[in-house]
Structure formats: C-alpha cells, structure tokens
Ligand binder design. Structure first.
Ligand SMILES: Cc1cc2nc3c(=O)[nH]c(=O)nc-3n(C[C@H](O)[C@H](O)[C@H](O)COP(=O)(O)O)c2cc1C
Length: 242
C-alpha cells in the first residue's frame, strides 16, 4: 500500500507540512509505504493551455504534458499510489497557487478525462491564521470524489486555525492527524465505500454530463482525445467505438 503526501506550502517545516507529516506517520505506523512530495522542491511550470492549439501538444491526445519539467514524473507517482494526502495553507481562503497549478491545471485535464485518480482515498490538510483552513482542507479532500467515469473517496480532512501559534503547541490536533493516517490505511485496506459523498454531483454526472463527455471522446478519438480514448478502453472504463 502506497500513500503520498503532496505538500503545497512554500515552508518545508511550516505548520501545514508538519501537520501533514503526522498523517503520513500514522499511515506508516499502520504498515503503508509513504512518500512526501514538497512541490516547492520540484520544477513545475504554469500550464500553457495547449487545448485548441496543436493536437500533438495536447495531454489529452498524447497522454503526457508537453512541458519538460517534473510534472509527468509526479503525475505517475500519484497514479501509482493508493492514498493521497493533499496539504496546503489557506492563502486568501484558498489553496496556494502552487497547489492549484499542480492539482488542477497541470495534472488536470488528462487525469480528469481518464478518471486516473479514481479508486484512491484522499485526506485534505490545511492551516490558517484565522479563517479558511477548514474550507481548503475539505475542498482538497473532495477534489477527485466525483469523476467522469469512476469516483475517488474522501477519508477525511483537518483544517486548523492557529493565529500566530505553531502547530507543535497543539498535541490534540497532531494526535487527530496521526489517527487520520491510520484511518486512511484502514479505508484502503477494507475498501470503504462512502456511498453518499458528493452524491448530488455524482448523480448529475451520471445522468447528464457523462453522455456529453463520452460523445466528445468518441468524436475525437483519432486526434484530440486519442490518449484519453485509448487509456479508457484499455482500463475497461468505456467500450471500444464500433
Ligand atoms: C499570502 C498569504 C495569504 C494568507 N491568507 C490567509 C487567509 O486567507 N486566512 C488565514 O486565516 N490565514 C492566511 N494566511 C496565513 C497562513 O494561512 C498561516 O500562517 C498558515 O498556518 C501558514 O502555513 P505554513 O506554515 O504551512 O506556511 C496567509 C498567509 C499568506 C503568506
């Protein structure tokens, strides 16, 4: 069992990273193989928005991002994991720009269209001075719950308001984070289902959105959507076009 923590804070030993490491520690003590990815340590450029331009440049047609930085390596690490801890401090009531760029813009389109992070379990972690951490932690944890073809699962989230204090002065919260790591490994082990998570979004996708997405994939299966189509057929998530 592999669990990865993606750390979106610029501060390697800041409050958010320390808190996320506690979740990771709980997972490790429950037998998981763990790894942390501090985004600030990697070369991750901004998305160039290839979609609608040159077909050979698009992640949806090739399966990879055209930019030669660390994104394809990191994306693969997430694909190969069973559980993912997403951690970011609240910046203006949102995740950091670094985390948004990674999660949404750079691994976003191909990953979303192929539901490549489905079946994985997520934990959201955030800290803030006064307001925003709960919202950020929850949004991170539920980001991949309602996929186009298949869903992910939210084990839980921890958002902490710290004022100017350090997270180390909050042993109860660190204990909660440690237990969350244990819960994450248990969820993965016993394949916990959480049937009501994002139920409204999932019903809307199943009844309305999915048909449109499928039409788009089939219509463009030989060019724009080539890699998406081939991946979904290979994984048995859609039928081969007749
Ligand atoms: C650019 C910036 C924006 C911030 N925005 C918020 C905010 O919206 N709400 C809040 O309560 N704290 C905000 N803070 C404070 C941080 O969320 C808080 O100090 C957090 O614990 C820092 O985490 P770190 O130690 O992992 O970097 C902001 C800090 C910075 C640098």
């Amino acid at each position: 069992m592999k669990i990865i923590a993606v750390l979106g804070s610029p501060s390697k030993n800041g409050n958010t990273c320390v808190l996320a490491r506690e979740v990771l520690k709980g997972a490790k003590d429950s037998g998981a193989e763990v790894e942390e990815i501090l985004l600030a340590d990697y070369e991750i450029e901004y998305c160039k928005g290839c979609i609608g331009k040159n077909i050979n440049d698009m992640c949806m047609s090739t399966g990879n991002c055209i930019i030669h930085d660390d994104i394809n390596l990191l994306k693969q690490k997430l694909y190969d994991s069973d559980g993912i801890i997403l951690a970011s401090p609240a910046y203006g009531l949102m995740e950091t720009a670094r985390m948004k760029n990674f999660l949404v813009d750079r691994i976003g389109m191909y990953t979303a269209y192929t539901s490549r992070l489905a079946d994985k379990y997520f934990v959201g972690v955030s800290t803030c001075g006064g307001i925003g951490a709960n919202k950020v932690a929850k949004n991170l944890a539920k980001h991949f719950i309602a996929g186009f073809h298949k869903r992910g699962y939210m084990t839980g989230f921890i958002g902490v308001k710290l004022g100017y204090e350090r997270i180390e002065s909050k042993p109860t919260i660190l204990e909660k984070a440690y237990k969350m790591g244990k819960k994450l490994t248990n969820d993965i082990k016993y394949k916990k289902k959480y049937p009501f998570q994002k139920i409204v979004d999932r019903v809307i996708i199943a009844l309305i959105v999915k048909k449109k997405i499928l039409n788009n994939i089939y219509e463009n299966k030989d060019d724009i959507m080539k890699a998406v189509y081939e991946d979904l057929v290979k994984r048995g998530l859609i039928k081969k076009y007749q």
